[in-house]
Design a protein around this ligand. Structure first.
Ligand code: ATR
Length: 279
């Protein structure tokens, strides 16, 4: 029987994960099936259980199920617990084990692909939802100097800072304070504002040396990266690299081998470029 894997999300039809995992599988000669399963929040637990009953060995979990996924796990890695969310589930002894590869994926993309030294960086994280929670611990582990968290709803920024447990390095401010914070070495957009809305940010946050990173990709990354371009940031990165790297981490957990991510990254970036110029 072919080994079965899947990504769960809602919506999930546009997920690139099936393509990415299929490409990794053919690169390494690993036969498997990787499906996209759409499940509403109400149906997610049942759909995941049905998948396990049908022989599912591993699942990626995307919006909006990452927190619920962790709750459905019998065990979880320290990273997933710190993030409060799981994006990678593995069947172990008849139960799910949860991990979170988003943060490692981001750090891998920045340090290995882009050769960016994260140490001693003053970093601004915009947002305090799932994407911020998934990536903040890995950024701290990678040695950034300061993490400033600013969220539209300030209580969520405070909750994230508390969960990170590093008061010496992690600070929160109100959205209205953004114009008083000066410029950062790196500004990360971990909000979902680009998926429909616009984002209102002062140019004082950036200089031309500021690295601008949007954790989204495609259309959703356009408003923030357009702001970064207008602010003069020379280096602007969307979330395609992180997506491919987090997938490679999941793949390595399941199959014991980490694929070469460059060909997949290049083909997806070329496609995203086409999408951007087509609108
Ligand atoms: P995700 O998993 O993508 O992070 P989420 O957990 O729903 O999704 O979090 C969305 C994040 O985007 C939150 O930080 C949210 O701010 P609130 O906590 O105040 O809701 C942020 N966000 C969404 N729309 C935004 C907007 N128009 N401007 C600023 N922040 C926004």
């Amino acid at each position: 029987m072919t080994a079965r894997y899947a990504v769960f999300g809602h919506p999930v039809v546009h997920s690139l994960s099936p393509r990415i995992h299929a490409a990794f599988g053919s690169q390494l000669g690993i036969a498997m099936e990787y499906a996209a399963i759409d499940a509403t929040p109400e149906d997610f637990a049942t759909a995941l259980a049905a998948f396990a009953d049908a022989g599912g060995l591993g699942a990626n979990v995307t919006l909006p199920h990452k927190e619920r996924a962790l709750a459905l796990c019998a065990s979880a890695s320290e990273r997933a617990r710190r993030a409060g969310a799981a994006n990678t589930l593995t069947r172990r002894d008849g139960a799910w084990h949860g991990e979170n590869t988003d943060g490692l994926g981001l750090v891998h993309d920045l340090t290995e692909r882009r050769r960016i030294d994260l140490r001693a960086r003053r970093v601004l994280m915009l947002g305090a939802g799932g994407a911020a929670r998934g990536t903040a611990p890995a950024l701290l582990d990678a040695g950034i100097d300061e993490l400033w968290i600013v969220n539209r709803t300030p209580e969520r920024a405070d909750a994230l800072a508390d969960a990170l447990g590093e008061p010496g390095r992690v600070h929160t401010r109100y959205w209205d304070d953004l114009r008083n914070l000066g410029a950062f070495d790196m500004v990360i957009n971990a909000t979902s504002a680009g998926r429909g809305g616009s984002i209102d940010l002062p140019f004082t946050l950036a200089t031309k040396r500021t690295l601008a990173v949007d954790l989204s990709y495609g259309e959703a990354a356009v408003p923030f990266l357009a702001w970064a371009e207008a602010a003069g940031c020379e280096q602007r990165i969307d979330g395609i690299g992180m997506l491919v790297e987090q997938a490679a981490e999941s793949f390595a957990i399941w199959h014991g081998r980490r694929p070469d991510t460059d060909p997949v990254f290049e083909s997806l970036s070329a496609r995203a470029g086409v999408l951007h110029t087509a609108d």
